[in-house]
Design a protein around this ligand. Sequence first.
Ligand code: NAD
Length: 335
Amino acid sequence: MNLAHQTILVTGGAGFIGSELCRQLKTAGAQLRIVDNLANGKQENLTEILDEQCQLHVTDIRDYGAMESLLQGVDYVFHLACLGVRHSIHSPVENHEVNAAATLHLLGLARAAGIARFVYVSSSEVYGTAQSVPQPESHPTYPMTVYGAAKLAGECYTRAYHRTYDFPTVVIRPFNSYGPRSHHEGDSGEVIPKFLLRTLAGKPMVIFGDGTQTRDFTFVSDTARGIIEAGLAANTVGETINIGSGFEIAINDLADEVRNVTATPNAEVIREVDRPGDVLRLFSDTSKARSLIGFAPRVSLNEGLSALLAWYQSQGRTPDELLQNEVVKNWEVKP
Ligand SMILES: NC(=O)c1ccc[n+]([C@@H]2O[C@H](COP(=O)([O-])OP(=O)(O)OC[C@H]3O[C@@H](n4cnc5c(N)ncnc54)[C@H](O)[C@@H]3O)[C@@H](O)[C@H]2O)c1
């Protein structure tokens, strides 16, 4: 995709997926305005791409005066800024304010600024536990957490702006993503980085519940490419589109994959109480993305886990050092 002479504003661009999205957009030639308050993102996620054409604005998306100015002269918006699922368990109101209410404000500001495409990055968490699999976009939405509910509200506002005002929007529903720069720390910590780092540090992997819950894991370069291609294609305005791998794996089996990739066949697993509001089954039907934009993931789970392992090994820090900010039951306390 050639994005030369296009100015793109990315909210949440210093985060895990956002920083990969920004790298890919920059490679395609775009000028970038990255908005992130660094609540969970890091400037170092963007180090090699920041320059005159690619600027980070350390701004809260709820600073609507600042957002109004930043949106002037922008062609496309990718809206990823949000607070995560475990954050919603200890701080539901703030989670709603950032994930849902701020999305509605941004839609209004973006429309007033004449933005040519507003891409809302939602989440597979809007589905809740799968009622049938694989899950097409028409699967019922029945979120388990305030995070899922707030992401669904953000989606509904985005579609409403398209239907009511003919504003050109696209909603993307990524399934669980992993890869370099993914979170293991605090309430952002995700299962794959935690399993890998704990195994490398000789600590047991911790499974919440019986480990039969499933996910559809997508490597971050595939997630970001899917968001860009689905977000900007000519035939996707008004659409809601899953981006996943189309491969379902139980958390117990994920632990085996981590043992394989780290060559630690005896790595231990311990079991803990269920996480409140945990979704028990997620498995993406990717046929809409395939038929609309020809999307197919390129990185298998084994390749992606190996790439993440290599990335950790290139960081110049031991797994124990990296794990310092890990919180095991990371939904219980504010970091
Ligand atoms: N990681 C996944 O597996 C996954 C799966 C489905 C959907 N998503 C969606 O993808 C997007 C990115 O997720 P991620 O995993 O990269 O998370 P992330 O936490 O790394 O990124 C979110 C970014 O938003 C920023 N942010 C939070 N509140 C803000 C505010 N008030 N103002 C400005 N910036 C703020 C954070 O600092 C962070 O950099 C989110 O919208 C999320 O819902 C992620």
